[in-house]
Ligand binder design. Structure first.
Ligand code: ZN
Length: 295
């Protein structure tokens, strides 16, 4: 009798331990959906955009590459981050301050896919970009609302463009919403009020914790209804100090501060690196970049 009672106790302890271990292992997938951390590098390229997405397994995606002369600098930056290949390049729209450096990037790194809107330009810059894409053999995918970013380890979906025939190329901007666990990022290119209105009426979820402010903080973007729908905690403005356009506009800065949004700017902070662990984000600028970036 005693022996069998002991056996029952042992069995009970074993079952309890098993239950506990099952409970904790069932919790693991919730935090590992991100597969480690994701870094978003808002590279300081002056009056232009260039953003590197880098997962902890090395998967890298580049959104824009600044103006033509920025190409070699962005190549060096990616090399300093141990980027060996790009799972995707996103050319938000055909303006030089976004695609200018992309031909140099495509010639220096293997690129699997290039996402771009169905928009073109007659500029030499655009022709050079298209020739580089063709020569690379990268898959060309049209970026438009509803298209998912097909990169293993990254979860993203394009929210714009929603239409065609825009007078201004800015409204063709590929707008990407990236999910990192519970955190969301919105990359807007130079999308202006027309595109923002279309995103709003499309009924898509626009909410994001971190917003890359549209069109370098110009007053043609960041309408109050759009900002309200996104309702970010943080905003990044990619802009050059003393630029000819007066970017960022005072009206945009005051709507951001009025909404209690913390603003980071490449003209004041230089390159900004946001690290997401799936639960929260941390910002690194200036001296603090030394702690997270390889030298
Ligand atoms: Zn621009």
């Amino acid at each position: 009798m005693r022996k069998s009672k002991l056996l029952w106790v042992v069995l009970l302890v074993f079952i309890t331990l098993l239950a506990v271990s099952c409970t904790s292992s069932s919790l693991i997938p919730a935090s590992s959906t991100v597969n480690g951390t994701l870094q978003v590098h808002y590279i300081d390229v002056g009056q232009a955009d260039s953003i590197l997405l880098k997962a902890s397994d090395g998967t890298a995606v580049l959104i824009d590459a600044g103006n033509n002369p920025d190409g070699p600098d962005v190549v060096n930056y990616l090399k300093s981050q141990q980027v060996k290949e790009l799972a995707a390049v996103i050319a938000t729209h055909p303006h030089e301050d976004h695609i200018g450096g992309l031909d140099t990037i495509i010639k220096n790194f293997p690129v699997k896919a290039v996402y771009m809107p169905n928009a073109s330009s007659t500029t030499k810059t655009f022709e050079e970009f298209i020739s580089a894409v063709k020569a690379s053999g990268a898959k060309r995918i049209q970026a438009k609302a509803g298209v998912s970013l097909d990169v293993p380890g990254l979860t993203g979906r394009f929210l714009a463009p929603n239409g065609s025939g825009y007078e201004d190329l800015n409204n063709y901007s590929a707008v990407l919403r990236l999910t990192c666990g519970k955190i969301t990022f919105l990359f807007t290119g130079d999308a202006e009020d027309i595109s923002e209105k279309e995103m709003l009426s499309s009924g898509q979820d626009l909410k994001a914790n971190v917003l890359k402010v549209g069109h370098h903080g110009s007053d043609t973007s960041t309408t109050s209804s759009f900002l309200k729908a996104v309702s970010p905690q943080y905003a990044i403005i990619s802009v050059e100090s003393g630029n000819d356009y007066g970017h960022p506009a005072d009206s945009v800065l005051s709507s951001l501060s009025g909404a209690g949004i913390q603003v980071f700017r490449t003209d004041k902070n230089g390159t900004i690196v946001v690290t997401c662990d799936g639960e929260s984000v941390t910002f690194a600028v200036g001296e603090s970049l030394r702690n997270i970036l390889p030298t």
